[in-house]
Design a protein around this ligand. Structure first.
Ligand code: EPZ
Length: 431
């Protein structure tokens, strides 16, 4: 892999980014639909697919499963599943992307067996897969772990519908996995205490259009009647806008833009962030699919405390950008991360930039603002914090270098060109 980095000139006192920024399709909505293609007899056409590095990983997984991915235009693909087969999940791809685990549901449901390594991805906590293994057992599968791989087999040929109550916690990818498993299982599956993220609703809506029988989208209980393979019958999957990208640009705009329009987004998916920023004093104007924001009131912004929560609560994926926001507001705030135990590890880097942050434990940090950040060299540890470092570098004075930008490229399409278009001085350099 080529080592690339971003060199960013901080805006310092001249925080006047302006223009329009178009939001890409959602990474976390399109990945499960790509996995769901295994449930299809024919294939899926999808549009508004973001051009991100995770797509390369999906292609590697597809190759191992006999699925073809044909590019139709810049952002649309046809996923041809006519020759799909079971097999071993591509090891390299699975170890680089946590979302690879979502393939387990549809593959087991369709073929009754699967071998895969422990999924990798961003280093934001332990990220076990116990909920997946327990759920598959409930649906009639057995598993063993040997040679650092999981071998899962369905007793009989088909998964059996089951009642699965996610009592330990709410999980996005486990919810998606068992929705897909239930679609081809024998009988009824009831999933309780499930995640309600817009990405899950989008998946359910599309599967239902194509023949699945899933009730309860957007509520904590889902009921799935198992049936035959799905057919797209020409229905195109139209990907939803990326709400985390939208939220990150909104925070960037609140800090650094004299006038920014974020277009092709869905403000409804970001109610909690918009309400929080408005209460803090940020000028925000909402349309059906756009948000306008500026930093004209930035000297008067008020602090607030943040506790991350499953949707519709405050997203853990926006925890690092909002913490940077809080370094720029007069007063003290508490940031409480409740989803991933390793997701505040980056604060040391911000402290070195000049932020005043006290880390009480792995989950809680007090931020005292307002502080002046100074540019420095940073190693982005995951997708979201990688982009949060871009925000911090723009807020700061002087130059910053951000390494490990592979993580940013995993989730954000063409980020430097889009930022340059609104006035940011950011350059990609190959080492
Ligand atoms: C999804 O990850 C997203 N990824 C994450 O976005 C996001 O941060 C996260 O949901 C929370 O919103 C995708 O959609 C591809 P979880 P996921 O299972 O599903 C624990 C990004 O940057 N857990 O909801 O992996 C887990 O360790 C990514 O785009 C178990 O204990 O998250 C965590 O503490 C990063 N056992 C909690 O549940 C399990 O078997 C919630 O994680 C599964 C999860």
């Amino acid at each position: 892999m080529e080592k690339e980095k971003f060199i960013i000139q901080g805006l310092g006192k001249e925080k006047s980014l302006s223009g329009k920024i178009k939001i890409s399709g959602s990474k976390n909505a399109v990945l499960p639909v790509m996995a769901a293609s295994v449930l299809f007899e024919d294939g899926i056409k999808m549009t508004n697919v973001p051009l991100i590095k995770d797509l390369d990983r999906i292609k590697e997984i597809y190759e191992g499963l006999g699925i073809k991915m044909d590019k139709l235009s810049n952002d649309s693909y046809f996923i041809n599943t006519k020759k799909v087969r079971s097999g071993e999940m591509d090891e390299k791809a699975s170890k680089m992307m946590r979302a690879s685990i979502i393939f387990a549901g549809p593959i087991l449901a369709r073929f009754g067996e699967l071998v895969f390594p422990h999924p990798g991805g961003c280093v934001i906590g332990a990220r076990p897969i116990d909920l997946f293994l327990e759920g598959f057992e409930k649906m009639g599968a057995t598993w063993e772990h040997k040679n650092e791989k999981y071998y899962i087999k369905v007793k009989g040929k088909k998964l059996k519908g089951a009642n699965i109550f996610f009592k330990k916690l709410i999980s996005v990818t486990a919810t998606e996995t068992f929705i897909m498993a239930g679609v081809l299982a024998e009988g009824k599956t009831v999933l309780s205490n499930v995640a309600m993220e817009p990405e899950i609703i989008s998946l359910i809506d599309y599967l239902n259009k194509c023949g699945a029988k899933i009730k309860g989208a957007g509520t904590p209980v889902l009921e799935i009647k198992g049936g035959d393979l799905l057919k797209s019958n020409g229905f195109v999957y139209e990907n939803i806008p990326d709400r985390i990208e939208t939220g990150s640009f909104l925070i960037l705009g609140a800090l650094c833009a004299s006038d920014l329009e974020i277009c092709n987004c869905d403000p409804f998916h970001l109610e909690v962030l918009i309400e929080t920023l408005k209460d803090s004093g940020v000028n925000i104007e909402l349309g059906k699919n756009y948000i306008k924001v500026n930093n004209k009131n930035k000297e008067n912004y008020k602090t607030f405390d943040i506790k991350t929560h499953e949707y519709p609560g405050f997203p853990t994926d926006l925890q690092s950008p909002i913490l940077i926001y809080l370094t720029q507001v007069n007063g003290e705030s508490l940031v409480f991360e409740t989803i991933f135990e390793g997701r505040l590890n980056y604060v040391d880097d911000l402290i070195k930039m000049g932020a005043d942050i006290k880390l009480w434990d792995a989950l809680r940090a007090t931020v005292k603002g307002k502080t002046y950040l100074k540019g420095r060299e940073l190693d982005g540890p995951d997708i979201r914090t990688g982009f949060a470092f871009v925000i911090a570098a723009l807020v700061a004075e002087n130059e910053s270098i951000i390494n490990n930008i592979y993580y940013i490229d995993r989730g954000y399409e063409n980020i430097e060109n889009r930022l340059q278009a609104i006035g940011a001085n950011i350059e990609r350099v190959i080492n």
